[in-house]
Design a protein around this ligand. Structure first.
Ligand code: SF4
Length: 241
């Protein structure tokens, strides 16, 4: 199921490089006609995109993944966003039997023990539910930005997601800076996670997220006990089980 081909995606990536996010979202909504959704973890970039979708007439749904280890502030924000924008948010959960087995076999916080254990937890709690969420779609939208991590420096605004059945991945703010994201939020009074004002720059699960010092690499706020090169949860990598 590929709504656009690899060569079409490459041409669109070139064409869209200097296009504004609302125009890219409008194109995506029309192109994939209801078979497209934003995968939101309710970080700063995601709330910006929700606001952009709400201001456009793009038919783009929103879903999230509840790993079972999220911050209370994230749950509160989900509700606030849903109410403000009148956008239903579909919530996907990990398979309960698989989580039970992992936790009972390996411990409640097995992810601190090794990179393999951490990746396994991310896979069970995030990647598997993501695959279920993406299965009926032809495209998904993300808030990925190139400057977020070395693993994201070459993302395009439109690309084929070879990890997820060759569906299309749309990254409308790929070239934005962190300051642009903050300016947008301020200008449009977009609700955001209050943990961000407490030094968290990257908000995921409670045990794997921490605040950082001013000037520190934002990725230090996640999985701080691991090498930088390994810091992806698998949602955006060619993950091998
Ligand atoms: Fe598990 Fe941590 Fe990954 Fe959340 S971020 S899924 S708790 S390893």
């Amino acid at each position: 199921m590929t709504a656009i081909s690899e060569s079409e995606a490459q041409q669109l990536a070139k064409k869209f490089e200097h296009l504004q996010p609302p125009d890219i979202l409008t194109w995506a909504g029309k192109q994939f006609n209801g078979k497209i959704a934003l995968a939101s973890s309710f970080g700063l970039e995601d709330v910006v995109i929700i606001d952009l979708i709400a201001r456009s007439d793009a038919k783009i749904n929103v879903f999230t993944i509840d790993t079972g280890r999220l911050h209370q502030e994230t749950y509160a924000l989900m509700e606030r966003i849903s109410e403000k924008y009148k956008i239903p948010v579909t919530i996907y959960f990990p398979d309960n039997a698989t989580v039970e087995k992992m936790v009972n076999d390996e411990g409640i916080n097995s992810f601190y023990r090794s990179s393999e254990a951490r990746v396994k937890c991310c896979h069970i709690r995030k990647v598997d539910p993501l695959h279920r969420a993406l299965a009926p779609l032809e495209a998904w939208v993300t808030g990925l930005r190139r400057e977020q991590a070395s693993t994201r420096s070459d993302i395009h605004k439109v690309e084929i997601d070879h990890v997820n059945n060759g569906i299309t991945k749309v990254n409308p703010i790929a070239d934005w800076t962190g300051d642009q994201v903050l300016e947008y939020i301020k200008k449009h009074d977009v609700p955001y996670n209050p943990l961000l004002d407490q030094g968290y720059v990257s908000i995921g699960c409670v045990p794997c997220t921490r605040p950082i010092e001013k000037g520190e690499n934002p990725r230090k706020g996640r999985w701080w006990w691991e090498d930088e090169a390994k810091k992806e949860c698998g949602l955006h990598l060619n993950f091998k089980k």
